[in-house]
Design a protein around this ligand. Structure first.
Ligand SMILES: Nc1ncnc2c1ncn2[C@@H]1O[C@H](COP(=O)(O)OP(=O)(O)OP(=O)(O)O)[C@@H](O)[C@H]1O
Length: 430
């Protein structure tokens, strides 16, 4: 094994036996008695990964692609059918929440048994117990049996033990999905601390944001093989594009099926409800089903964010140049000096920015139909999920139209930053 590496996975293949239903009735059992009772399904078809000491690697991919299987093979919960896995140093894992906990034992007793599974002796655990208890925030519940714990409390305990055993390799499967927002951010900070100390981390997560925040490298597993292996910002971007395309194709299929169903079940004229329309397209002027735009003095028909090269998107890099395009219709003769307003907030409800044309002393002149373009030179938000509300209001604050959650988008950045905004800056050392 190369001394620079912490993990070496060579051409690993893994198959599972998937057992058929034996049949419920006697007749089924007799009829199917000669049939093979299982089929073999290959989940990993030859994976090779070298992970350097101190590297943090994220595994991503769609459901069932083999991420957790890879992690379980690394933990040696299961073994490969072909290929080899070598790991240097003590391994700590957060794979199945509270696996290894005894339900009737107290939190404190479980700390001892769980930490000893990770290879710590009594004295080593005694030295760490205060840190473990403090991090778990379990306080007065620590002496209660863990069967009385909520899943969040289980997670706190499991996480606290796993990160305090001074492992050289930490394997985490989707574990940060549990627990409240405060604890999640505490775990993220702790992971950064652990990483800074040189621990190798492999993390499976559907939260691409977490992967971007913690990892130096991201591996996309597809059809049991490594499809992409690069810096997180690159791989996550490509993955989002791929998943977006997949969802659009799915929507198209659903739309077609629904249309056929609709055609079969009703003879009344169908309204124009094309499911392939972007989610940020709102009720159309010819859609008379809802609060119709026809009745409105001004309507927001569509809103989207556009990259500098003209592509519509919902994923942008911190500092990217973007254009917000708002397609509208209005009845100019009835408009009373309209105001266009925006409110941008992060998915934890922190308002990140808000403005309107009135405050900026911009005179708005809306036509019967048109597009409002807002040019944003630098979208200086830190990585996260954001939501944009858009409104067209009158001078008297009457909302002609208000679109809550008009656009949802993601900001990515390979550098971890705290807060909301990114301050353009430059370091100089003299
Ligand atoms: N013990 C098992 N027996 C049979 N099939 C299994 C077993 N464990 C996993 N599989 C199958 O292997 C495939 C990969 O599972 P795995 O849990 O590794 O996927 P994953 O990428 O982690 O998915 P998810 O994102 O949904 O967690 C799935 O089709 C799953 O049904």
């Amino acid at each position: 094994m190369n001394s620079e590496n912490s993990i070496e996975v060579k051409n690993v293949k893994k198959k599972f036996k998937v057992y058929y239903d034996k049949g419920r009735s006697l007749k089924e059992r007799i009829l199917f008695r000669n049939r093979n009772h299982y089929e073999e399904r290959w989940v990993l078809n030859g994976i090779s990964i070298n992970i350097k000491k101190g590297e943090a690697v994220g595994l991503i991919g769609h459901n069932g692609c083999g991420k957790s299987t890879t992690l379980k093979l690394l933990t040696r919960i299961m073994y490969p059918d072909e290929g080899t896995i070598e790991i240097m140093g003590r391994v700590s894992s957060l794979i199945e929440l509270g696996a290894g906990f005894h339900p009737d034992m107290s939190g404190r007793e479980n700390i001892y048994t769980n930490a000893s599974i990770f290879g710590l002796n009594r004295k080593e655990i005694d030295n760490r117990i205060n840190d473990i208890i403090e991090f778990s925030e379990l306080g007065k519940y620590l002496d209660n049996p863990v069967r009385t714990y909520s899943s969040g409390m289980y997670m706190r305990l499991a996480f606290s033990v796993a990160i305090n055993v001074d492992a050289e390799v930490l394997l985490i499967d989707e574990i940060l999905a549990v627990g409240d927002a405060n604890f999640q951010s505490k775990c993220l900070n702790k992971l950064r601390e652990i990483k800074a100390k040189g621990t190798t981390i492999v993390i499976v997560s559907h939260s691409l944001n977490q992967i971007e925040q913690i990892c130096d490298r991201c591996i996309w597993i597809k059809e049991g093989l490594i499809y992409k292996d690069n810096v997180p910002s690159e791989v996550v971007y490509q993955y989002m594009d791929y998943m977006g395309e997949k969802n659009r194709n799915f929507d198209k299929t659903v739309s077609k099926k629904e249309k056929i169903q609709d055609d079969n079940t009703t003879s009344t004229p169908q309204k124009d409800t094309d499911k392939t329309t972007e989610v940020n397209t709102f009720n159309q002027p010819n859609d008379t089903s809802q609060d119709s735009s026809l009745d409105k003095i001004a309507s927001i028909i569509q809103a989207e964010l556009v990259h500098e090269d003209g592509r519509t998107g919902n994923r942008f890099k911190t500092g990217e140049k973007v254009i917000l395009q708002i397609k509208y219709s209005s009845k100019p003769e009835l408009l009373d000096e309209p105001i266009i307003g925006l409110k941008l907030y992060r998915n934890d409800n922190i308002i990140s920015y808000g403005t309107n044309t009135q405050n900026e002393r911009i005179k708005v002149d809306l036509k019967k139909e048109g597009v409002i373009n807002l040019y944003i030179d630098k979208l200086n938000l830190i990585a996260g999920e954001y939501i944009l509300d858009i409104a067209i209001r009158s001078q008297h604050m009457f909302a002609y139209d208000y679109k809550s959650h008009a656009i949802k988008f993601t900001i990515y950045n390979s550098i971890y930053e705290e807060g909301i905004i990114h301050l353009d800056h430059e370091w100089k050392f003299e």
